[in-house]
Design a protein around this ligand. Structure first.
Ligand code: PLP
Length: 458
């Protein structure tokens, strides 16, 4: 059945690795809407943004004309330690499914942080160091971003303060210890350390926290501490720019064997891995050079694309951050604590939101028990224990492969396998014990947070 001329793993030589990141916005006909200053409701200027972010990253954030950014040599050298990441032909999964589809996955879990997040963490730490900063603050949900950033900061000798969503802090004590191994300080959020944390605790005593809330705390800490800036691991344009290395490597590897994907699938939390994976392919699609089906997969418990609205919203619960126009569930939306699979952010990257609104991309949502069933199926044949987040993409890749089995079509499916799930065994345990529940918010519940969207023209 399978065409064995294509190797199980397509590697690239160091000399074939991308030397520049690709900025998809340069090729977009409808540009994503600008970030707005919450005080004035006017577009954020570089000056506004540089209070919070490093200067070079502000430049990248606002740039919608330059298609390529040379990757600094220090970052390329760091990338060489764990990149190129393998592009794997899932022969074993194809065999198990008895599908005529050809399945490939780009595996980003082959570094200590266990996910794609290191691709942007090392870039952000590099620019912070270059600017002469003492350290950075950030938030982390499931812990992968905090881990990646801790590694990157220790590499460049920067201090790193992480606000970790409280329910993850409690469910994943080992994640916390990995971050501390790299010298980061980790605080459960909401905390009493910041005024926004104290306010949220007063309003919602006993809350298990949310990403939006941890972001507010990290931003407050950065802007109140000399020599610090805030960094974010997803959602922002700069993060998607760095993550384009995933898609660029994928494309180079596929081109080596003349492989043209029909369907490209990725999980979507804030949108960084999906945005990075699809970037060069979406560029071709927008320029009319090729066509692909591109599918974003999100959890049914936090369905920003499939059930949210496209509107300006705050990026954080404390409403201290700029507003972004995005598909959102409302910044006050807090996903159920029993949702184990990550991807808990209330909004979606403004770039992906615009592409979705322009119908250049599809989106589906899946329930967490289906996700874990797919994860287990994959783990048993492909020899990788996938992260729950990544398994959203696995679920839809398997569904598409099974559709090919019915129709006899030999489609080529590429999906992003963003990371490993060794710190998610508590969730796997719940699944194995039959104790995992699918929590899907009702329309009424969604309406509560959506009613609080800020009123903004446009
Ligand atoms: C953070 C994370 C995601 C989701 O974030 P995106 O910005 O949407 O990519 C997915 N998978 C893993 C393993 C992650 O750590």
């Amino acid at each position: 059945m399978a065409d064995k001329k294509i190797p199980y793993k397509i590697y690239l030589e160091e000399s074939e690795m991308p030397r520049a990141w690709y900025n998809l916005r340069a090729d977009m006909k409808n540009k994503p809407a600008p970030l707005l200053n919450p005080a004035t409701m006017k577009p954020m200027t570089a000056e506004d943004l540089s209070v919070v972010f490093c200067e070079e990253l502000v430049k990248q954030e606002l740039d919608e004309t330059n298609a390529y950014y040379e990757i600094p040599e220090e970052i390329r050298d760091f990338y060489k330690m764990y990149r190129p990441s393998p592009l794997v032909r899932a022969y074993c999964l194809e065999e198990k499914l008895q599908t005529p589809a050809k399945i490939y996955y780009k595996f980003e879990g082959n570094n200590t942080s266990g996910s794609h997040k290191l691709n942007s963490a090392i870039a952000q730490a590099y620019y912070a160091k270059k600017q002469g900063l003492v350290g950075v603050t950030t938030e982390t949900g499931a812990g992968q971003w905090g881990t990646a950033l801790s590694m990157a900061c220790s590499y460049f000798g920067l201090d790193c303060k992480v606000y970790m969503v409280k329910c993850s802090y409690e469910q994943k004590p080992h994640r916390r210890e990995v971050m501390r191994t790299y010298g980061a300080s980790v605080t459960p959020s909401p905390s009493m350390e910041t005024s926004v944390g104290r306010k949220i605790l007063a309003e919602h005593p006993g809350t298990t926290g949310s990403l939006g809330c941890a972001i507010s705390e990290a931003v407050e800490k950065a802007t109140n501490t000399e020599g610090y800036r805030y960094v974010l691991g997803s959602v922002l344009n700069q993060v998607m720019l760095h993550q384009s290395v995933i898609g660029l490597e994928t494309k180079i590897a596929l081109d080596k064997y003349d492989i043209k994907p029909d369907i490209i699938i990725g999980c979507a939390g804030g949108g960084s891995n999906l945005g990075g994976l699809i970037a060069p392919f979406m560029g071709e699609k927008i320029r009319g050079e090729a066509d692909y089906r591109i599918i974003a997969v999100e959890p049914s418990s936090c369905p920003s694309l499939t059930r949210g609205v496209y509107a300006y919203d705050y990026c954080d619960t404390g409403m201290v951050c700029p507003l972004a126009k995005m598909y959102t569930l409302g910044s006050g939306f807090i996903p159920a604590a029993n949702h184990a699979g990550g991807l808990r952010y209330h909004g979606m990257s403004s770039t992906l939101s615009q592409l979705y609104d322009d119908k250049l991309m599809e989106a589906v949502s899946v329930a967490q028990t289906e996700v874990f069933a797919a994860a287990e199926q994959f783990a048993r044949v492909e020899g990788i224990l996938p992260a729950p987040e990544s398994s959203h993409a696995i679920k839809i890749a398997i569904d598409e492969a099974m559709r090919c089995k019915e129709t006899g079509e030999e489609k080529t499916i590429v999906f992003g396998l963003t990371g490993t799930g060794y710190f998610d065994m508590y969730a796997y345990e719940k699944f194995h014990d039959g104790k995992m529940e699918n929590y899907v918010p009702t329309d009424e519940e969604l309406a509560v947070a959506l009613a609080k969207l800020p009123k903004v023209e446009g």
